[in-house]
Design a protein around this ligand. Structure first.
Ligand SMILES: Cc1cc2nc3c(=O)[nH]c(=O)nc-3n(C[C@H](O)[C@H](O)[C@H](O)COP(=O)(O)O)c2cc1C
Length: 162
């Protein structure tokens, strides 16, 4: 137990797939460390483990695309969280299209935004990417589908240990 586990063990936040592209290459991983962090200007931060293939590509990227996971998206969560781009081409197994500046948008995931990387924040074994939105999905109606949350994925073996 570290000093903060008693606090973080109770959390059950939304889960995301964050994608990046640079130099004709693509990467993406499952992310739980993410949050809106400013209203005006609108800003959102995602935290990538320095061990991850996605982090290495994101260092060279101008944009990241952040996709929100819904309950039906478990298989996609397992692909992006349980496999590493160091060994498999995740994008050969899913439908995607190049969005803003080629940033990959996953076709199965309808709730997403693309953000320009405005800054990077050293956080320890994860680095924060501060994003300013430049493109966003169409809004849901009154009843967005339920989210896929951390507790449902916490036993998944990550493709890269943090
Ligand atoms: C429940 C869960 C939450 C995770 N949260 C993060 C996270 O916030 N940031 C991160 O960089 N990796 C996180 N990961 C780990 C990556 O998704 C995983 O190691 C992935 O396989 C890395 O893929 P890559 O090497 O292709 O980037 C999480 C994994 C799981 C199972």
């Amino acid at each position: 137990m570290t000093g903060i586990d008693a606090f973080t063990d109770v959390l059950d936040g939304p889960m995301y797939v964050v994608t990046a592209a640079s130099d004709g290459k693509r990467a993406g991983c499952l992310v739980g460390f993410a949050s809106q962090c400013s209203i005006d200007p609108p800003r959102f931060a995602v935290w990538l483990s320095v061990a991850n293939h996605t982090y290495r590509l994101a260092r060279e990227a101008e944009y990241l695309t952040v996709h929100l996971l819904h309950r039906d998206d478990r298989a996609l969560a397992e692909l992006f969280g349980g496999e590493t781009g160091d060994r498999v081409d995740k994008f050969a197994r899913v439908g995607w299209r190049p969005g803003e500046a080629g940033s990959p948008v996953l076709e199965q995931l309808s709730t997403w935004f693309t953000g320009r990387i405005e800054g990077r924040i050293e956080g320890g074994d994860h680095v924060g990417f501060l994003l300013a939105p430049v493109a966003v999905c169409p809004p849901y109606g009154d009843r967005p589908p339920p989210l896929l949350r951390y507790r449902e994925l916490r036993h998944l073996d990550p493709g890269h240990p943090a």
